[in-house]
Structure formats: structure tokens, C-alpha cells
Design a protein around this ligand. Sequence first.
Ligand SMILES: Cc1cc2nc3c(=O)[nH]c(=O)nc-3n(C[C@H](O)[C@H](O)[C@H](O)COP(=O)(O)OP(=O)(O)OC[C@H]3O[C@@H](n4cnc5c(N)ncnc54)[C@H](O)[C@@H]3O)c2cc1C
Length: 460
Amino acid sequence: MPLEAINIIGAGQCGTLLSIMLARQGFEVDVFERNDDPRIKDAEAGRSINLALAARGINALVRTGLYNQIAPMLMPMRGRMVHQSDGKTEFLPYGQNDAEIIYSVTRSDLNQVLLNVADGIPNVRLHFRQQAIGYDAPDRTVHMRDLNDNSLYQVEALPLIAADGAGSIIRRSFDGSDTFGGIESLLRHGYKELEIPAAPDGSHQLRPDALHIWPRGGFMLIALPNPGGDFTLTLFLPNVGNPGFSSFTDAGSVQRFFEQHFADVAPLISNLTDDVLNRPLGLLGTVRCRHWHDRGNVLLIGDAAHAVVPFHGQGMNLAFEDCVVFDHIMRTEGGDWSYLFRRFEEQQLANANAIADMALENYIEMRDTVRDPKFAMRKTLAFEFERQLPDYFIPRYSMVMFHSDIPYLVAQQRGSVQKQLVEKLTEHVDSLDQIDMPAALSELRKRLSPISEVRVDRTL
Ligand SMILES: Cc1cc2nc3c(=O)[nH]c(=O)nc-3n(C[C@H](O)[C@H](O)[C@H](O)COP(=O)(O)OP(=O)(O)OC[C@H]3O[C@@H](n4cnc5c(N)ncnc54)[C@H](O)[C@@H]3O)c2cc1C
């Protein structure tokens, strides 16, 4: 008996992982990708070089049995190393213990493992250099172009899963209709990537087990370690204005800016002026939709459904969580495609909106709030609450990054109650011993329900 077939547009992280999961459920999966096969020719130049991988992404990789292949590629990041303007540094741990860390992973290495695994499954077929150019809803077909010879053909929505990223052509084909109600909001800040090479002996030139941040109020520089001893830096800055990318007109303007704001790290950066002037300016934005599916024909997933700005390091983690949620619904609930797509939207849409908000807020925290002298005190108090009442209080950052069974929406809602409480308690004190701990813990119990009641179980 022929297996049921599914077409996926986009062999990025989401489309490829989903193809593996669906194939293992017995579906015939065809994946259409406009770029070259990155294992042969890297078409991803200009996209972020490394990514932060956290619990939700790890959970998806463990579930598909891929984690053991990825684990040797991971660089642990135990906390933020904050570099102040006066050159002082402060290390702020991300979590309570050694298990609560995040990892830097090279995007291309991760994608290659996913593609190799998908390629090894007989009922997955990967088609590269195949571009979707539009979706025709009445005919339930995608118009495709074969970039090898520019010939045109059509692919049926058998159904169709659109994993074609933030600028999804499938989503945009519905613009003007009420189907998805997609809104794309560009941030007025963009990014450029730079590099600190390894030292001559191959070692890292900055502490390797940290995510480094140079917060400067309205803008920031960050650095993530790579296994080869180098760091990838990302400069986030307004696109226009001064400071802003538009103010970099020549080598002198770049040098003056770095000497003024990033004097400690500037000498370590290779090809600084050339890279700032000539590398492509990356755009950042949020995509929100009211719906993610067109009846049982099309489902948006990953960035195509909900691109988020990268300041919480969650876009890929969320895309991987989407795959877990969809796989779980398909394995545990019967019903037609329309029902399954609706269930997916019901479970994930509010969560995607929650992390989109939290990612935008985190930009302000990373570039500005970390400079507040009370920031470290509030983090320490939050960790103390977690130690004392672990079933009532987990810092919001930890809920997002280390607890894949706490939905993003729950993290956002509890996080807001927790923030009010911590800010109120630290408002008029200079040190934590001035806080009435028993009273604080009792208020906390009154205002929050046990976390065990809101955890979700997606084990099969
Ligand atoms: C600067 C930056 C830093 C980031 N850092 C992090 C981080 O630290 N942690 C994290 O979790 N996330 C991070 N992200 C987000 C992460 O990169 C994305 O959320 C993730 O890659 C989404 O995966 P996806 O498969 O949904 O989309 P994509 O990876 O964009 O894949 C979409 C695929 O579809 C293909 N495609 C597009 N259009 C067509 C078409 N018309 N026809 C056929 N194929 C098409 C594309 O070529 C691509 O291969 C970051 C993003 C940026 C920009």
C-alpha cells in the first residue's frame, strides 16, 4: 500500500527535522529547497554563523536520536560575561548549576547533520535548487521553478508544509486574504557579523565558556565561541543614524566608533574595518499570524509562521519545539489534516507570540538593563527564591532556556508576576540581607501556583 505523502517547502532546520520525524511515522516526504545543497556548496553565507542551542532544541534532537551526533560540536556557555565601557568585566551565570547552561553551535554543522540523517531515510527525498514562487489556494498547488534549467512545474498541497523561513513565499501568497493574517514588523536595528580569530596556539582569546556582551545602551556587541578557537561577534546597531550602520562611511568612522565604544575588544577583531564596511547588513524582524493553516491544505511552521528577533536565542529552539509538538499531536491524536493543523495552532500560536515578546524585551535587557547596578542583585535574589521554593519560582530566563516542559506563555505570565515582586523587594535595599525573606517567600506562595501543575508532558 502506498504511504501517504507530504510536501515540505524549505530544507532549513525546521523543514529538515520535520521531514525526519514525518518519515519515521511512515509518510513519503518530498522537501523542496531553493538553495544549493549546503553539503556541496554553502549557500548560507551572510546568515548567523553560530547559534545558541538550549533545552527546547536539545529535547527535539534527543527525541529524534540526533543529539549524540550534535553533542561533540557544542561549546558550553555557562553565563554572560558583561564587558562594561570602563573595561571592567562581570560574569553572570545563566543558571543555578552546571546542568543549566546553553550551547553555541555552528549553524552549518548542525544543518549538515540534519540533512545527512534526512538523506539516509528512504522515504525522504530532498530536492535542491527548487524554488517555490507562489501558492494557488483554489488549485491547492505551489508554483515551482527548477533553478537548474528555469523550467516551471507544480507541486500539490497533499498537504503542504511551509517551512520556508521568515520571508515565506507561501505565507505571503495569502496576503490580502484573512487566512493567516500575517504581519511582518522589521526592527529599526540590524546586525553585522565579525570575527575574533583563534590565538596562534589555537586557544580562544576570550573566556571560551561564556556569551560575551558589550552593552552600550542603545546598541551592543556580542560574541559566541566556536570550537576552532575563534569567536563570532555580532554588532547590533540602529540601521540609520549616529550611532548607526549608516554612519560608517569610511575606515576612519569605523575605527573611531570601535575605539570609543569597544576599545578592549577592537584590537582582537580581524579585518575590522573591511568587515564592518563590506559585510551584508542583516535585517531583524518579527512575524506574527492570526492563523497558521489553510484548512487541511497548508500549514506554516518554524520562522515561516513566527520569526522572532534573536535576542533570546530561541528562533531555532522554537522551530524545533514546533516539530516536537506537531509530531506529538500526530502520534497521539487521530483526525484529518484540518483537525491536526488546528490542534497544532491551538498549542503553539500563543507560545510563539509570548517568546516573540520576550525576545524583544531581552534586547533591552542585553544592551541596557545588564548595566544597572541592581541587575546582578535581582538575579541573585531570583536564584535564591528558586533554591528555597523550586516548585513556585524559576527565573524567567531559566524557564525559557532550561525547561522545555514549561510553555513559553507560562514563562511569560509567571515571569511578569515574579519581576514585579523582585523589583519591589530590591527597590529600596542595597544588599539582599536587608530583605525579610520569610515574608517574601510567603507572598511568593500566595501569588504563584505550583509549577508542577503547568508543566506539559510530550513524552510518547
Ligand atoms: C542573527 C541571528 C541570530 C540567531 N541566533 C539564534 C540563536 O542563537 N538561537 C536560536 O534558537 N535561533 C537563532 N536565530 C533564529 C534561527 O536562525 C531561526 O529561527 C531558524 O533558523 C528557523 O529555522 P527555519 O527552518 O524555520 O527557517 P530557515 O532556517 O530560514 O529555513 C528556511 C529554508 O527555506 C528555504 N526557502 C526559503 N524560501 C524558499 C522558496 N521560495 N522555495 C524553496 N525554499 C525556500 C531557505 O533557503 C531555507 O533553507 C538567529 C537568527 C538570526 C538572524
